[in-house]
Structure formats: C-alpha cells, structure tokens
Design a protein around this ligand. Structure first.
Ligand SMILES: Cc1cc2nc3c(=O)[nH]c(=O)nc-3n(C[C@H](O)[C@H](O)[C@H](O)COP(=O)(O)OP(=O)(O)OC[C@H]3O[C@@H](n4cnc5c(N)ncnc54)[C@H](O)[C@@H]3O)c2cc1C
Length: 504
C-alpha cells in the first residue's frame, strides 16, 4: 500500500494563468490542484458574459502567440476549424481563424490602424499636417531624446512629436487617466514592442504580397498581427473547457471563494484562508505549493504575520485602471455600408469630446456571439477608476451615456437601439506608475517563499496577455518538477528584450 500523502497545490484565481497551472500539474505531476475563485465565473478577464444569448468578450481577446508551445496548447483544447471539411455551424468545440480589422476614429473620420501613409490618411489629415508630421519625425530621428524617462519620450522617439500629439497622447490619457509624461516607458515597450514608423512602412510594403492563410506570425510585431484564432463562443469557451478537463482529471475548483489570508511557516506558505462569498463560511486550506493570480496589492494585504512595512507600503501604492463595457444591441449602424454593418473587430476612438475608448463589434469576432444575425452587437469600452463618478453611475445612466456618445459621433439612430447591459471589471490594467518603480521590494519579499509562485497578469503586476500569463504558469510548474528554486525564469516572461518568445 502506498502511504505517501498526495501533494496539493492551492491556486488562487480561475483565470487563464490559474487554470493553466492546474491543467499542467494534472498532466505532468501527481500534485492535486485546488482552485479558489472569488467570482462565480471561469476565465477571469478572459471570460465571456452571456447576456440574453448575446455574448460579450471583455476587451476583445485575440488568441495569438509567438510561442509555439502556447499555440499548440490552445489547439489541443479547441482545434482550429478545418475550413474545407468542417461545418462550423455543426461543430461547437473549435477555434475560428479571424482576420484582424481595426481602425481609428478621429476627426469624425476613419484612419487605418496601425496608421499607414496612404491616400486615405493623406485625405483625412491634409497635406500640411502630413508635412508637419514628417518634419517632426525626421527631427526626432536626427536628435532623439537620449534617455527615455517616460512613455511620452518613448512615443516621441519612435513617431516624432507631432504624430504623438495627434494620435497617441489623448488616447493614452483616456486609457490611464494620467498624462503619458507620468507613465514609465516600460509600458510602451511591452504594449507596442518593436513598433516604429519604419517597421510599419516595411510591414505595409510586405502586405502588398498576396496574403497567406498561415496563422503563424512569429516575426510580426504584436501590434500588427493580422490573423488570430478565436473560440467559436468567445474566450470564455476556451477556459470553461479547460475547467471541465481539470475537474474530469481530478482537480477541484471552488467558485465564490475569496482568498483573504495567508499563513507563513519556515520560508514557506503553509495555508490560505478563503471566505465563501455565498454563505460567509471560512475555509482554511493547507497546501504544499501556492500559485497566486490575485492582484499583488491584495496578496500582500493577505499576509497575516508582521512583514516589513516597506513591502506593505509599496504594495499599497500599486495602481490599477478599471474597465466598463456597455453591451449595446442595435438594429443597424448608421455609419456603415448599405448592410448596416462595419467590417472592424474594434475601433479606437480618439475623439476628444467623448469618453468611450474603443468600440467592439462582436459580430466580427465571431458571428456565433450574436443571437440574431440581423442585429449589431457592440461593446463600448470605458477606462475609469473603481469608485469614481463614472464607475458609480447606475447601469441605466451608463447605457444612456453610451447611446448619447454614439449619437454624437453619428454612429447610430436612436430608434435602432434594442437593448443593452453593463459589465464592470475592476483591475484590468496594472499600472506602471505609482510605486511600480519600487516593485523589486515586493519581488524580493515574495521570492523568499520557495513554494509560492506569483503568475499571470495582476498576479505579477505585469501587462501580460493570455499567452504570457499561461507561460508563467507553465514555467512555474516546470520549476517544481525540475526542483528549480530561482524564480527569475518566471519573472522574465514578457520582460527581457531578448525574450520575444521566438525561442520558446
Ligand atoms: C481590455 C483587455 C484586452 C485584452 N486583450 C487580450 C488579447 O487580445 N489577447 C490576449 O491574449 N490577452 C488579452 N488581454 C489580457 C488577458 O485578459 C489577461 O492576460 C488574462 O486574463 C490574465 O489571466 P490571469 O489568470 O493572470 O488573470 P485574470 O484573468 O485577472 O484572472 C484572475 C482571477 O483571479 C480571481 N481572483 C482575484 N482575487 C482573488 C482572490 N482574493 N481570491 C480568489 N480569486 C481571486 C479573479 O476573480 C479572476 O477570475 C486583455 C486584457 C484586457 C484588460
């Protein structure tokens, strides 16, 4: 008889990172994963919300990665639709291959995204402004800002001051609620990676060649990815399927359980404390390994013992930006071709007189997100702070404000509005300002616990996409298997210049 007790891993959060960690543990080790999830949903920010048969993707989640490993992982869960043989109407558990179409709405006109120097841009901006942009770009190439101290410097060095002021400054401020000169340049490095005017132009030239059907785009800058995979029923479908497999393979998932306490032993975490949000019950759960995807600020608050006040101070100073999506069902769009539809997946709204930041057209992500194909299903995205005036508006007020903004921009007729819903999502963007420049204090503190792994997006306070979040989970599991105590390889994902996943 085998008397060895099965080891357990306690995982905080059932988003992509937590679920990947659990799945990897189940297929590669004997360790049993037990997930505690505060909400009633699977998928975290990558969940899909079903409103009366119309599905909302919070933020619009493209499935693409420069990591083959992640691409294979996704396809192992939901294979790619076989366009020749498969009928997507009949097969539910698949991913579709979608073309990326997104444009910028500015000066009540549409511009290509990424911006390209074509006839449309010339017509929209006028020759004089184009000349100013070109002049300012040339000046920056000759005399770049030597040491980039802020996101503003980062943008100016790559695009010139005029283009920055025209297209980047206001949108960035809309997103973060603070001017780009107060934001660290790292955000630009991760968000738009190697994108620059010269790369955008050479990319545009390459595009003159015939398009391939290939989904691999390893050498393409992240902001330019043109095709992506997308689960038939939205990103949540991927994560619900993973959750089903986890349970099938013997893992546990406890929804409505918020972790609020952490107990320390000798260089180790020994126990978490979770509150059942439905009945108020308290669960103390011991474990051998602990994976956290909860926001770092909340994780540090959860430490019960006396910890260094500087660690608490830095954690309390971490800042997040929050997010509201207003789903709006319409008979048609006014600003569209005769069919009443647009081809875009999403539209960046640069206009200064409205608060909306992006408009998602869910019909174009997957037609299966929309219950009646004759309707248009939009997601109006607002960046705000939890508890601010906008966040605290009632749902009815938010829907009303959304309709008024769309009317103002000429997108819709009032009589075409059929229905709407509101989704509030806190802590969608971990900010690279506040105390972020002292984040090493937190890292040094958490890394001393050999069985604690911070993974994911808010879990590491890093601007990680799903693939990065998943890779951090995969590497953490490998470190357990290979008995690697150093956590550098986890923190390196989506951070080091040389790490662009080409080699993974
Ligand atoms: C607007 C927007 C657009 C995006 N677009 C893309 C895209 O196109 N492609 C892409 O790949 N990625 C995209 N992302 C990123 C993607 O959403 C994240 O990388 C991913 O969801 C992070 O996974 P995670 O598991 O680390 O965290 P999360 O998704 O945040 O999940 C964490 C989970 O932990 C739970 N939790 C928190 N605190 C506790 C607690 N105390 N106790 C228990 N549970 C807790 C939360 O409820 C949540 O379910 C986008 C993100 C945003 C905001």
């Amino acid at each position: 008889m085998n008397n060895t007790k099965q080891k357990t891993a306690i995982i905080i959060g059932a988003g992509p990172a937590g679920l990947t960690a659990a799945y990897e543990l189940l297929i590669k080790t004997d360790i049993k994963p037990i997930i505690y999830e505060a909400s009633g949903d699977i998928g975290g920010i990558s969940k899909t919300v079903n409103y009366k048969g119309n599905r909302i993707d919070i933020g619009g989640h493209r499935f693409f990665s420069k990591s083959d490993r992640v691409m294979r992982w996704w396809q192992n869960i939901l294979p790619i639709q076989n366009q020749e043989e498969n009928n997507p109407d009949k097969t539910d558990k698949i991913m579709l291959i979608r073309n990326r179409v997104s444009r910028i709405f500015f000066l009540r006109k549409f511009f290509d995204y990424p911006l390209s120097l074509n006839f449309n841009t010339l017509k929209n901006l006028g020759a004089f402004k184009i000349f100013q942009i070109f002049f300012s770009y040339t000046r920056t190439r000759l005399f770049p800002i030597k040491k980039e101290k802020s996101l503003e410097d980062f943008f100016i060095n790559r695009f010139g001051e005029k283009l920055y002021l025209t297209f980047f400054k206001d949108y960035t401020e809309k997103l973060w609620g603070v001017p780009p000169r107060l934001i660290k340049p790292e955000w630009g490095a991760q968000r738009i990676k190697g994108l620059s005017i010269s790369k955008a132009i050479s990319h545009a030239l390459k595009n003159l060649r015939p398009r391939t059907k290939n989904i691999e785009q390893k050498k393409t800058e992240t902001s330019l990815i043109e095709k992506f995979l997308y689960p038939k029923y939205g990103p949540g479908q991927m994560w619900e399927e993973v959750a089903r497999l986890i349970k099938e393979k013997g893992g546990e998932i406890h929804l409505h359980h918020e972790v609020y306490g952490l107990k320390i032993g000798q260089n180790k975490i020994v126990e978490i404390i979770a509150r059942n949000k439905k009945n108020g019950g308290i669960n103390n759960q011991k474990g051998d390994y602990f994976f956290s995807t909860m926001p770092v600020k909340n994780l540090i608050r959860a430490f019960e013992e006396n910890i260094h006040p500087q660690v608490r101070k830095v954690a309390e100073g971490l800042i997040y930006r929050d997010f509201i999506t207003v789903g709006l069902l319409l008979k048609k769009l006014k600003i569209a071709n005769r069919s009443g539809k647009l081809a875009d997946n999403w539209i960046y709204v640069q206009e200064r007189d409205v608060k909306v930041g992006r408009i998602q057209i869910f019909n174009n992500w997957s037609p299966y997100l929309v219950s009646d194909e004759n309707t248009v299903w939009l997601g109006l995205e607002y960046f705000c702070n939890e508890g601010d005036q906008f966040w605290n508006k009632s749902d009815a007020e938010l829907k009303q404000a959304t309709v008024e903004e769309l009317l103002k921009m000429g997108f819709i007729d009032r009589s075409d509005v059929l229905d709407g819903c509101v989704i509030r999502m806190p802590k969608t963007y971990p900010a690279y300002f506040g105390t972020y420049d002292q984040f090493h204090v937190i890292r040094n503190f958490v890394d001393q616990f050999e069985n604690l792994f911070l993974i994911g997006r808010n879990g590491m306070h890093k601007y990680n996409n799903q693939d990065h979040s998943m890779l951090t989970a995969m590497i953490a599991v490998e470190n357990i298997i290979n008995k690697i105590a150093d956590k550098d390889n986890i923190w390196s994902v989506n951070a080091e210049q040389e790490y662009h996943e080409e080699n993974v």
